[in-house]
Every structure is written in C-alpha cells, then in structure tokens.
Design a protein around this ligand. Structure first.
Ligand code: GLN
Length: 544
C-alpha cells in the first residue's frame, strides 16, 4: 500500500481567489507526472449539500456519477483531471455533524460527551483519509472552503493541525492562497494582508508551507523575499498566481512558478517533466480559433456566470475541437416575448435553453424554442430546456393549447411533462431528485446515434419531471422523436426533430461530463452544426 500524502489548500484575505483552480492545476501537474491524485473539497457551511441552495447563493450545483449534488469546484477537478469524482469528494459541515449526531444516537460514543474536538475533528480527518485508506492515491489534495479566521473554518484548520502533528511535515503540507493587493495611489503591491492571514493560520497552530499569491502584477524579487521572511516559508515556496486570460492557463503558470516542484520536494517525491501535450494542444486550439460563432444561452440566472459554469466550460472544450471561438450571449428568459424574439435571436448561430426550476421565465424559453424551430437555427435543450421543447411542440405543432409541465401548471389540460411516478410520494427536498448516472439506449439512424456513435450511454441527471409517455405516440407521429430512452423504465432521455438540421433536447446534463481530454460529443456536434449554419448564412448573404 503506498504511503498516501496529503496537501491542504486554505485561503486567506479574500474569497474568490481561485483556490479550486489552483488545487485543480496542481493536481493536473502531478497527474501529468504519473502520480495518482484525487481532490476533495471541504465546505464549512451547514447545508448537507448545495443541492437545495439557490444558484444566486452558490452558483451551479455539480452532479457526480454516484448522484452527489456538490460544489462547482468538483466540476473544475473533473474537467482538469478527466477523472470522475464522487460523494466522498465533497463534504460539508452539515454532513460531518449529521454523521456525528447519528453515531451519538446509535450510542457509538459510549456515554462520552460529544465535542468539536475530538469528535468533529475526528470525523473530518476520517473523511480526508478515506482516499488514503484505499491505497489508490499517492497524494490527496483537500481544498478547504472559506477563508481562515472564519468561525466555520476553525474545526477544519484544527483537523489539519492534528494531521500535520500526527503524520509529520513530510506527509502533510499546507498551501495557503492569499491576495497581494495593488494600491494604485502608492503604485505598490502590499504584503501586509498576507502576513496577517498567515498569522491567523498560525494562531490555530498551522504553519503554511507554500504561499500562492494571487496578484494583478508580477511579484518582484524584493516582495518574494519579504513574504518568505515574514511568513516563515522558503523563498522557492512563494508562488505567484497572476490573473490569467483563461483558467486553463493556470497549470502552465503554476509549472513556470515551480508549485509542483516545491510540493513534491517537500513531500519527498521525485519531480519529472509533466506530459502536457494534449493539454497544450487544446490550449492552442482554444486561443487560435479559425472561426467565431455566437450562441445564445437562455436562462434565468444569466447575470451570474457561475450558475451555468459547466455549460460555459463545455462550450470552450467543444469550441477548441472545432477550432472555433464560441461567443456565448446570455439572454434572460424573462425578457423574451414574441414581439422582440426576432431582434434578440436572429443574429445567433445556435441557441441553448438552460436547465432550471420553477415557473419564472418559462414562456420566454418557449418563445425561443418556437423561433429556432421555425427558422431552423441549431437548438440544444438541456433538462428544463428539453421539457420546454416538448411543450412548444405540443402547443404550436399539435395545437394542444395550454400544454404545459405540471411543475408550472398542475391543472394543465395537456400535461406533456409530468412528475415522475417515483417522485410522487417524496416530500423532502434535499437529495431526492432523480440524480446521477443512468443508462440510456440510443436508437440507430438518429442524430443522437450519429453524435455519440454508439447505442448505449450513461449520463448524469437532476430532475423530478419527465416526458409524459401518454403523449409519446402523438408527438412522435408529428415529427419529434424519442431517440434515447432509459432501458429499464422507458423514460424519454433524448428528443429530436426529424425535420430540422440540429434540434436536440436531453433530459440529462451532458455538460457535467465534458472535460478538456474528453469534450462532450453533444456539445462538439452542436457547435459543428452552429458553425455550419453560420458559414451557410454568411455565404447566402454574400450571394444576395
Ligand atoms: N425542473 C425540471 C425538473 O425537475 C428540470 C430540472 C433541470 O433542469 N435540472 O424536471
């Protein structure tokens, strides 16, 4: 069994410094040297998982194969490393407490007083070491959410202190990510907030081993020496993390700064030249596109980039495959109506209707589907987006006036989308949707088959409503076919239009499975269709 070593990534001074990206970039560099790596995120909030959190609070909820609703940082880990994460890769304070309290109820603490130290900290250490115990990994990278000094973070920092003490500094390493602000008036980068942040960590008994300093300007030699001296770290362990034009540049930036080298050295591992050919090839295509297309993303959280994180990243992967720059125009569904639809959508080369919940903005989404269906603009509906496509088709092609989903209108005369049978008796909201990876059989001779190139796939889900089978024949006969279905339940997973160049709706979330190494075929093919549409449109204009 290899001796698994642990790297913790903590944050200080400010939130949103990109801890997740730094952790994923380090993991990428180590993976590219042949090390077996996994990443984990510990979130200090009390919700059991982010599944019940509003996107305004928390951004996208990422879903794993095993059906965990997790922090969006797991999406970065998967996209960078091309490995699947699971329930164990994201743990919240709520889950830690729930499990300690369950143990207490079962009498497992044998009459002892249950306390933060040792019971909560033991539970945290156990969750971190789950991966080490499998013997599968050389290094486990654990990112601790929030910033040091927060009340919520204290038990986590204490668990790190204990692990460092118990396992020794050669087996446990702490990377502290901080901000070096630039004061324009003084024309100076300031180190004091970092000094204070490192000091706060030390008050809890933890000495940072490596400093990753987020900055808008290059750190001079003088500043690096100062940071090393005041923060008790070696000078090679002061790593600059300068603002990058894309998150996919960060692994190379960290490589140039030697983050991987210093981590491996401190943990007693050998450094090798990382194999980043495939990664750099992707970067090259991403940065040097031959064409540009415009895709409309219609949703109701469009002002928040994080709400559709995985979709936006999947476009980047698919754009690189097609050597195309994908400009995404986020359009708020509540602003769309039949009178303005043409002016808002006609310049686009493809439209995605985003996933979502609840009634707000759905009529705008239905209008958008109508416009792209009639004008033969490539359309891609994801989860709620697929349901909107079915409703639009029922209303405007089959003339089933007021057709709807029972999520939006319980008394609709035509419930073409309805609550899944398995959901009918569920009252709890947390973790009770149809979640995680489910099988889907694809019908040959369809666009879905052409896209995937196989008849059997597995995709990740997060929904309660489904295509109502009672309307399947009617809808199918009118030209919207169910090209993918679940083999056990018959649930419709993919719909497409026969009489349209590219019109696909999926009940699942393909965006969760798109990675740099494995761009999702649906996104790749959709971008290809949009590019084709753009080129034909341009040529027609020239001819006219
Ligand atoms: N609200 C819809 C459902 O629950 C769609 C969910 C989604 O888009 N993720 O079925």
């Amino acid at each position: 069994m290899p001796n698994t070593k642990y790297v913790f990534v903590t944050g200080g001074v400010s939130s949103s410094l990109g801890k997740g990206i730094v952790a994923a970039s380090l993991a990428k560099l180590l993976q590219a040297q042949g090390y077996k790596i996994t990443i984990q995120k510990l979130d200090p909030y009390i919700n059991i998982d982010p599944g019940t959190l509003n996107p305004y609070e928390h951004g996208e909820c990422f879903v794993t194969d095993d059906g965990a609703e997790t922090d969006l940082d797991l999406g970065h880990y998967e996209r960078f490393l091309n490995v699947s994460t699971s329930q164990a890769n994201n743990v919240t304070t709520g889950r830690i407490y729930q499990s300690v309290i369950d143990k207490e109820r079962r009498g497992e603490f044998l009459g002892k007083t249950v306390q933060v130290i040792p019971h909560i900290t033991n539970e945290i250490k156990e969750r971190v070491q789950i991966f080490g115990k499998t013997g599968e990994y050389d290094i486990v990278i654990t990112e601790i959410g929030g910033t040091v000094g927060d009340i919520e973070s204290l038990p986590y920092v204490e668990a790190v202190r204990q692990m460092k003490w118990e396992m020794g500094p050669e087996n446990v390493l702490v990377i502290h990510l901080t901000l070096i602000p630039y004061l324009a008036a003084a024309r100076e980068l300031k180190t004091k907030p970092t000094q204070h942040s490192v000091k706060t960590l030390m008050e809890s008994g933890v000495q940072a081993d490596v400093l990753v300093c987020r900055t808008e300007h290059d750190l001079s030699e003088k500043i690096r020496i100062k940071l090393a001296r005041f923060c008790n770290v070696s000078q090679e362990a002061v790593i600059q993390s300068i603002d990058a034009s894309t998150i996919y540049d960060v692994p190379n930036l960290m490589l140039n700064e030697g983050l991987d080298k210093v981590v491996l050295k401190k943990l007693g591992f050998q450094w090798h030249e990382p194999q980043l050919d495939q990664w750099n090839d992707f970067l090259d295509r991403h940065k040097n596109p031959l064409n540009t297309i415009k895709i409309g993303l219609i949703g109701k959280y469009v002002e928040l980039q994080d709400s559709y994180k995985s979709i936006l990243e999947a476009f980047i992967h698919a754009g690189a495959v097609n050597s195309t720059r994908v400009e995404v125009e986020c359009i708020h569904s509540e602003t769309l109506a039949s009178k303005n639809i043409e002016s808002l959508l006609s310049h686009l080369h493809g439209v995605v209707v985003a996933p979502g919940f609840g009634e707000r903005g759905i009529e705008g989404k239905i209008e958008a589907v109508k416009f792209v269906r009639e004008n033969k603009i490539p359309f891609f509906g994801i989860c709620l987006g697929m349901q909107m496509a079915v409703i639009e088709f029922a209303r405007n092609v089959l003339y089933l006036t007021d057709a709807n989903s029972t999520e939006m209108d319980e008394n609709t005369p035509h419930p073409v989308i309805s609550l899944m049978e398995s959901q009918k008796r569920i009252v709890d909201k947390g973790g009770t949707m149809r979640l995680g990876a489910w099988d889907c059989d694809i019908q040959q001779g369809t666009l879905a088959f052409e896209t995937y190139g196989k008849t059997s796939i597995k995709e990740r889900h997060r929904h309660r409503y489904e295509f109502n089978d009672q309307y399947r024949k009617l809808i199918n006969d009118a030209g919207m076919i169910a090209s993918g279905t679940n083999p056990e339940t018959g649930l419709v997973e993919i719909i497409e239009l026969k009489d349209h160049p590219w019109f696909v709706g999926v009940q699942y979330h393909p965006e969760y499975k798109s990675t740099v190494a494995n761009p999702h075929p649906l996104f790749v093919n959709f971008i290809k269709a949009a590019l084709h549409y753009a080129l034909v449109k341009k040529n027609t204009k020239v001819l006219n």
